[in-house]
Design a protein around this ligand. Structure first.
Ligand code: ZN
Length: 290
């Protein structure tokens, strides 16, 4: 099964990678959707609701306070590390992730676009001031000591499910500069990905000769559009994903397996080939030493 993917890497030199929640499940961050592409948990916060309703923000920050602790302790898994290594081997034009957990960065990926932003920073919706998430957590805890005792199950956006906790009593910190509303620097549902960020991804896709989707059902348009663009440009697209994706009909092939195992297998083959190539190069360049 994995040899298909190894062949894919052998046939294509520069690959554009798009990752989703499935790449982080082995790091203990649950996936959004089941194998049929349906929501496993309640839907994440909508942008309009967050901006317009104080109660929605209270609910969001209470859940997210708990969720962040789990995120902050998560570590990159073999899938993140394999992609970082593939980048070092100059096999990737870009890694674009739909995840907001920062794990690709921690694994060492540098040619990286966090399409939906990152939970690590918080910005004021009014004046644009940015603070570290850690500072937001401290402020939330200081105002709401009861949050420390809560245990809850988290979802893939860092949100968490709180039972028996009255979020209407949550005392929210405001922007220290202007008193404005604070929001994590992630793209919520109903909000657009910044145009410049999307453009830079399309640019990286144009220089690729293939695209690989890793751990995404592609149900969200912000990621799906890259698959559609690749397909329209005649760039082959493969996927590693457990279960259905929105692009199943246009994929060259799909591997319904664990991301970490599939990518590690590819990497082993490539690294062996790289060593073989290097040895031959040395021999060819120094014939007098034979
Ligand atoms: Zn402000």
């Amino acid at each position: 099964m994995f040899s298909l993917l190894t062949e894919f890497f052998a046939e294509h030199e520069r690959i554009f990678v798009l990752t989703g929640a499935g790449v982080s499940t082995a790091s203990g961050i649950p996936d959004y959707r089941d194998e049929h592409g349906d929501w496993k948990h309640q839907q994440p916060m909508e942008y309009q609701e967050f901006v317009e309703r104080h109660e929605a923000r209270q609910r969001y920050w209470a859940r997210s306070f708990i969720g962040w602790q789990r995120f902050n302790h998560a570590r990159p898994n073999r899938a993140h590390l394999a992609l970082a290594r593939l980048e070092q081997l100059h096999r990737l034009t870009r890694t674009v992730t739909q995840n907001v957990d920062g794990l690709h960065q921690r694994a060492g990926s540098r040619q990286l676009t966090e399409l939906h932003g990152s939970l690590a920073t918080v910005a004021c919706l009014d004046c644009g001031a940015v603070i570290e998430r850690v500072s937001m957590q401290q402020q939330l805890l200081k105002r709401n000591p009861a949050l420390a005792d809560l245990t809850a199950q988290i979802a893939a956006d860092g949100d968490a499910h709180l039972n028996d906790f009255d979020t209407c009593k949550v005392d929210l910190p405001a922007c220290a500069s202007c008193g404005g509303i604070l929001k994590p620097q992630v793209v919520f549902f109903g909000e657009s990905v910044p145009a410049a960020r999307v453009e830079s991804c399309f640019h990286a896709l144009a220089s690729a000769d293939a695209m690989l989707v890793v751990g995404s059902s592609l149900m969200v348009y912000s990621g799906f559009r890259f698959v559609r663009a690749a397909h329209n440009a005649g760039i082959p697209v493969a996927a590693i994903n457990r279960g259905k994706t929105r692009a199943d009909e246009i994929l060259s092939f799909k591997i319904s397996q664990d991301c970490a195992t599939a990518l590690s297998s590819v990497l082993e083959n490539i690294d062996i080939d790289a060593g073989f190539y290097h040895q031959n190069l040395v021999v060819t360049q120094c014939p007098d030493k034979l």
